[in-house]
Design a protein around this ligand. Sequence first.
Ligand code: KIV
Length: 272
Amino acid sequence: MSTAKKEYKRITVKSLTEMKVNKEKISMLTAYDYTMAKIIDSAGIDVILVGDSASNVMAGHETTLPITLDQMIYHASSVVRGTERALVVVDLPFGSYQSDPKEALRSAIRIMKESGGHTVKLEGGREVKESIKRILNAGIPVMGHLGLTPQSIYKFGTYTVRAKEEEEAEKLKEDALAMERWGCFAIVLEKVPAALAQEVAESLTIPVIGIGAGGGVDGQVLVSHDMFGMTYEFEPRFLRRYMNLYEDMGDAVTRYNADVKSRDFPNTSEQY
Ligand code: KIV
């Protein structure tokens, strides 16, 4: 396997296809604000996803359903200002694209115009075919999202692994092929069996980015707050935590609190 890495000044949707051809794995993380985007971008992550998971990790909602288009645009515009190299993908929130293709296009245009994001992502396959096509026709790149689609949580009832049964796996494979045919530039596969994800990735020329979908796909995405260990209640098998920021930040706050209470902070060199 080739490990040669081409240097990209700015990642585009074309770069991602090239990476797939060159067998270079694609790295993707979420960000919702300027500072986090700057850290993630400077560290060389290829794609920053302004995910509707902001609804959970930023706003504290139980699901991704409540976040609005205006709120997504606010998060996305902050991320765009913190990004120089990464491709910025912005989630179309629940309710902004399902009801009719014209509304889907209006929502996508608002994201592109008002946030400066580079592409949109939406959940679902053939159910949202007309919306995908309408957005693509306007020249806006679309990333698909299949498998566990959190905007449909009330239909599924749980966040468990999807497409374990033959019928659902077949539908997923057909949807993925159709999305490539319609012109989507990449697909996220969330929480599906690794063998199925690999089969889908191998059957497509567009990149497949996995979350809980094993190592046989073209790239990986995690929610940054989970990866940094800022969230601790959420412990799916697929999550690798690279830090324990919940504890580290808690310790820092405890020490600051103690220093203020004891009058240790500020000292004479920390004042004017
Ligand atoms: O909103 C999000 O963070 C996502 C990822 C889980 C892929 O869609």
